[in-house]
Structure formats: C-alpha cells, structure tokens
Design a binder for this molecule. Structure first.
Ligand code: HEM
Length: 391
C-alpha cells in the first residue's frame, strides 16, 4: 500500500499518529510525495541499517534523491546551479570519501575531552542567562536560545553581538525558506576572510591554520556548524522543560537523584526526536534488500527517526517518558558516518542547562496550558515557539 507523505504531528509529545500504522505494516513502506515515490524506514533496526549502509547516499545530487520529489516539478538547472554553489562545504550532504576529509578535521573539536574542557564555560553561560531571567519571561528567548547560541559563537569565533541576524535567518531556513542561504553564507564568508588574515584561537582559526580545506569549504562548514550548533539544542531545552514540568513524577526522580541527569537527557532526546525524516534523506546507489524489501538503485529513502525511537522492538513502553530508562541506542543524533558531530556538546549543554534550571528555580511553572502554546509543526527541527514561565 502507498501512503501519502509528509504527515504531521498532532501531539507535541509524540510523532505523527500515522507512524505507528506504518511501523506495524512493515520496516519499509512505500509513500507518495508530490513528485514521486519514496521508501519510509519505520523501525529501529532497519533505520540503523540504512544509516550505516555505504550503498546508500545522502548527497542531494545523487539521482533519485527524495528532496527533489517534495515538489511536483523537478528543480530547474538554474535552481540546481544555485544550490550547488551554496552547498559547498555542507559536509552533512556529502558521502565518503569527500565527507571524511571534513569529519576527520573536525572530530577533535567535539571530542569528549574537548567538551569536558568547555563545561565551565557552558555553566557560566547557563548561570548568567538564568540570573537574568524573570518570572513571566519566555524561556525560549531568555534561556533556551541564548545558551547554545553563545556557546557555538565562542567555539567558532563568531561575534555573539550578531545573534539577531543569524537567529532570524536560521528561523526562516528551518521553515524551508532557502532564499536566506546566500545571506548567511556571505556573512560567514566575511568572517572567514577576516580570520584568514590573522587566524584566532577558535575553531574557524584552527581550521584555517590546518590548510586542509579551501576557503569556500570553510565557509560552508561554518554555516552548517553555526546553524546545527544552536537551532537544535535551542529547541530541545524548552521542550524538555515543558515535558518535565508536565511529568512531575519524573522531575521528582531527578531531584531525589541528580546523578540520573545524563540518562534523563538521553531519554528526552529519544522521546522528543526533534530531528526527524527531513535530516534523514537518502537514496540507494545499489540494488539491495532491506527489511525483506527489494530497494533498487536510484530509489529515494526517508528514515523516520521519530518512529525508530518509538519502536517497541527496540524500547520497552516507548511512548512513556522514563528518565530511569538508561537506553542510549536511540537515533536522535542519527547513526553511521553522519551521526551528529556535536552530540557530546549537545549532551553537555542539555545536562547543565536543565539540571541548573531546576536546581535554581525549583518552583518553575509553565504559565499557560499546552493548548495555548504554539508548536513548530512544519519546521525541520521541532520545538515550541515560546514558553512563558513563572515561579
Ligand atoms: C539536541 C541537539 C542536536 C540534535 C537532536 C542533533 C541531531 C542531528 C542529527 C539527527 C544528525 C544526523 C543527520 C544525518 O544523518 O544526515 C546531525 C548531524 C550533525 N550535527 Fe547535530 N544535533 C544536535 C546538536 C548539534 C550541535 C550542538 C552541533 C554543533 C555544531 C551539531 C552539529 C552537527 C553536524 C555538523 C552534523 C553533520 C555531521 C556529518 O554529516 O558528519 N549538532 N545532528
């Protein structure tokens, strides 16, 4: 049976209702997009299999890539040329061996050791923004967004004063408005050009000094890191706050035993799965069998990460938020060669931000019911637009 796709979440705390039906039907189901058919990967085991498979490409230029099927008309040669120009250095869209060159260079910047060294700086950012937050404020603007934004600015060497510019452009980008890409790129082009004259002690400076990447590649990688580095965690913090406030029994467990925080972070990542199929766009480059289904070269694939993370074959009572679960095999950060480069950093930010928030403001409440909150249903990264809090 062919399903129509995309489908949307109807509840902010669960994937789209259709996912359970897809998952029960088969590990791979057929879906119809406006411009063609794709495979949807619905279960955890097959999601990991696809994401680590060298016979499956992430490159949007590979024939049959599903993104071009989102529209009825395929992109024009002019649109493709523009896309190619702005895609340089976006290594999330590259396959090995091109991808490996970026990844090898950047892995040490996000290692566990490096992130451990960053923890005092993250704590300082968290403390500062918390001390400025007042009852009645929107937690997204006062805390959720500024913490990861300041941290990624400091790491990259991007001036935090420019945050209004890149926050507003990123916002448009995740809503599918790609016309802002040239602006973001030219902003970072300016910064990289300046840094090339005198590389600073920051990620961009170190990448320049390494002489591994060309100028345009550094700019593209910086665009990716700046956007991925703030927009994701900025959505996870407020959503996690909301789900913990709405599940006081889980919050009580964390209060009684703060050593549970690292595993609570894993569970919140799994439960919310803020990055779903939009990031997991793939295309088969060889014929192969996956989950008992014959997938042919040139057929597009979306991995439903949010479905894999609620697969009862992989997680007991998957729809329950359980901070004591202790499972780390979720695919909230993806899997395989593209598995989130910033995952150690994201974990540290989430743990420090959430633990400190609930320690310092034990009486934190969300001042409106869920029905009055606006959620980002159509965005590439799920989240809540604003979260009014008090205490
Ligand atoms: C809660 C926070 C985050 C979530 C849920 C998240 C999720 C993801 C996912 C699912 C992927 C895989 C995409 C794919 O397979 O194509 C990914 C890749 C990536 N993420 Fe994250 N991410 C988060 C935070 C961060 C942070 C803080 C950074 C820091 C710069 C970052 C940088 C990246 C980069 C550069 C990639 C591409 C990796 C590659 O292609 O090799 N992410 N992320």
């Amino acid at each position: 049976m062919t399903h129509s796709f995309p489908v949307q979440r109807s509840c902010p705390f669960a994937p789209p209702d259709e996912y359970a039906t897809f998952r029960d039907e088969a590990p791979l189901v057929r879906a119809q997009l406006p411009g063609g058919k794709v495979w949807l990967v619905t279960r955890h085991a097959e999601a990991q299999q696809v994401l680590r498979d060298p016979g499956i490409s992430t490159n949007p230029m590979t024939p049959g890539h599903p993104n071009v099927m989102m529209e009825e008309e395929p992109p024009t040669p002019e649109q493709l040329a523009m896309f190619m120009e702005f895609a340089i250095g976006q290594f999330i869209d590259l396959d090995p061996p091109e991808h490996t060159r970026f990844r090898k260079l950047l892995i040490p910047e996000f290692s566990l050791r490096r992130v451990r060294d960053m923890r005092p700086g993250i704590q300082e950012a968290v403390d500062t923004f918390l001390s400025e937050m007042k009852p009645g404020d929107d937690l997204v603007q006062a805390f959720g967004l500024p913490v990861p934004s300041l941290v990624i600015c400091q790491l990259l060497g991007v001036p935090y004063e420019d945050r209004d510019f890149f926050h507003s452009r990123t916002r448009k980008l995740v809503m599918g408005d790609f016309t802002v890409l040239p602006e973001i790129r030219s902003y970072l082009d300016g910064l990289v050009t300046e840094a090339e004259k005198q590389p600073g002690d920051n990620l961009i400076g170190r990448v320049i000094k390494s002489e591994v990447l060309a100028h345009d590649e550094i700019v593209g990688a910086a665009v990716l890191l700046l956007i991925a580095g703030h927009e994701t965690t900025a959505n996870m913090i407020p959503l996690s706050v909301l789900s913990l406030v709405r599940n006081p029994d889980q919050l009580a467990l964390l209060r009684a035993d703060p050593s549970l925080w690292p595993q609570a972070v894993e569970e919140l990542l799994r439960y919310h799965s803020i990055v779903d199929w939009v990031a997991f766009d793939r295309v088969a480059t060889t014929d192969q069998e996956i989950g008992g289904v014959q997938v042919r070269a040139g057929e597009g694939i979306y991995v439903l990460g949010a479905s894999a993370n609620r697969d009862p074959r992989a997680f007991e009572n998957p729809d329950v938020l359980d901070v004591t679960r202790g499972d780390r095999h979720h695919v909230a950060f993806g899997y395989g060669v593209h598995q989130c480069l910033g995952q150690n950093l994201a974990r540290a930010e989430l743990e420090i931000a959430l633990r400190t928030l609930f320690e310092r403001i034990p009486g934190l409440t969300v001042t409106v019911p869920d029905e009055e909150l606006t959620f980002k249903y159509g965005a590439a990264v799920f989240g809540v637009e604003a979260l009014p809090v008090s205490w």
